[in-house]
Ligand binder design. Structure first.
Ligand code: AHG
Ligand code: MN
Ligand code: MN
Length: 339
């Protein structure tokens, strides 16, 4: 159960406490995390007043994903690109909105981090004032003797040093893990600070919610259809009880965050038109999988841990089943291990 905070603490001081756990730390990681929280504050300011300024609606272009780019997608992308690694911490940046990663490497010894992010998740919901978010993952460079390359970029989630998300909702929250638990901070706009509000978030092993776009049912495999049926009606197994309740917002960050706190499972199965799944491994599934596992949950691609999937390209898509550990493990069993 998530603990209410013992002390009044800003995210900057929380990150500094983290640095003390690593005596040899240079402060680069601390600076990078603070750059991300700074960008989140700027995006939050725009999202909360989006209806008042000309930043809603579509740009009329589509991105590398083939999706219509919303103005706020573009804005958030520009803010994170501008704020990240301003003091030489980042050698590669990858964004859901950009076809190619941005390399900025001065060689070994500096620029030690790779950041992959989804600047604005849940774009289709922006104009309806529904919660949207940002998702990020931070990896360390592997090339210690020469300039960075594809092996530094295409790392599995298991190699993440930190990840998290921002949810721009009724309040703006910043949730992250660096391997020492999952912690949530709520933005107090009157002082411009993220304050610790959810210390050591843990998620129930079994939840009462399932989240899936039921409109895709005609495009699912029979195994997925049967799995969702049992989530709805209750498992046929002897210990099964009644089914779960359905909640689906259509913004991954919002669906994930609610299920993390309350207990539940989010599913984005493969469909006939998206056999590899819709969601992106590096900027959505893997960062959230690290958060889920550090909160006692689990994330699977239907066969095994999301965190062990090695990306073959920056925008690789995966099926995603994520949330309460026992629910996801049961789904994995239902879908069978057809490796
Ligand atoms: P993004 O806005 O970054 O493209 O992400 C949208 C994703 C995710 O947020 C959400 O869970 C999913 O798309 C919803 O997809 P459907 O509308 O197909 O259900
Ligand atoms: Mn997204
Ligand atoms: Mn996005």
């Amino acid at each position: 159960m998530t603990q209410s905070p013992r002390i009044l603490q800003t995210i900057e001081s929380h990150i500094l406490d983290l640095q003390k756990l690593h005596p040899s730390a240079s402060g680069d990681f601390t600076g990078l995390l603070n750059d991300i929280t700074f960008a989140a504050k700027i995006v939050s300011r725009e999202v909360t007043k989006a209806g008042l300024v000309d930043i809603l609606g579509a740009t009329g272009e589509s991105n590398v994903q083939g999706e219509v780019v919303q103005k706020l997608d573009d804005y958030a992308n520009a803010v994170f690109l501008k704020c990240l690694g301003t003091r030489g911490q980042v050698c590669i940046m990858g964004s859901e909105e950009l076809a190619d990663p941005i390399f900025n490497d001065a060689g070994p010894g500096s620029h030690n981090y790779i950041v992959i992010f989804d600047p604005l998740d849940g774009s289709s919901n922006i104009d309806a004032n529904v919660s949207v978010g940002t998702i990020f993952g931070i990896w360390k460079r592997r090339s210690l003797l020469n300039k960075v390359g594809p092996t530094d970029l295409l790392q599995p989630g298991r190699q993440l040093v930190a990840s998290g998300y921002v949810i721009y909702g009724s309040s703006t929250m910043f949730v992250y893990t660096a391997g020492h638990g999952v912690h949530g901070f709520t933005l107090d706009p009157s002082i411009g600070e993220f304050l610790l509000s959810h210390e050591h978030i843990t998620t129930p092993f079994v939840g009462g919610i399932y989240s899936v776009n039921e409109g895709n049912e005609p495009k699912w495999t029979p195994e997925v259809r049967e799995t969702v049926r049992q989530l709805k009606y209750g498992r046929d197994s002897a210990k099964g009880k009644g089914g779960k309740t359905s909640r689906y917002i259509g913004s991954l960050v919002a669906d994930f965050h609610r299920n993390l706190l309350y207990g539940g499972v989010f599913l984005y199965p493969p469909t006939a038109d998206k056999p590899g799944g819709k969601l992106r491994l590096m900027c959505e599934a893997a960062p959230l999988a690290l958060v889920a596992e550090n909160a006692g949950g689990y994330a699977s691609d239907g066969h095994g841990p999301i965190l062990d999937v090695v990306p073959d390209q920056l925008h690789m898509r995966v099926p995603l089943y994520i949330g309460s550990r026992d629910d996801v493990l049961w789904i994995e069993k239902m879908l069978g291990d057809k490796r």
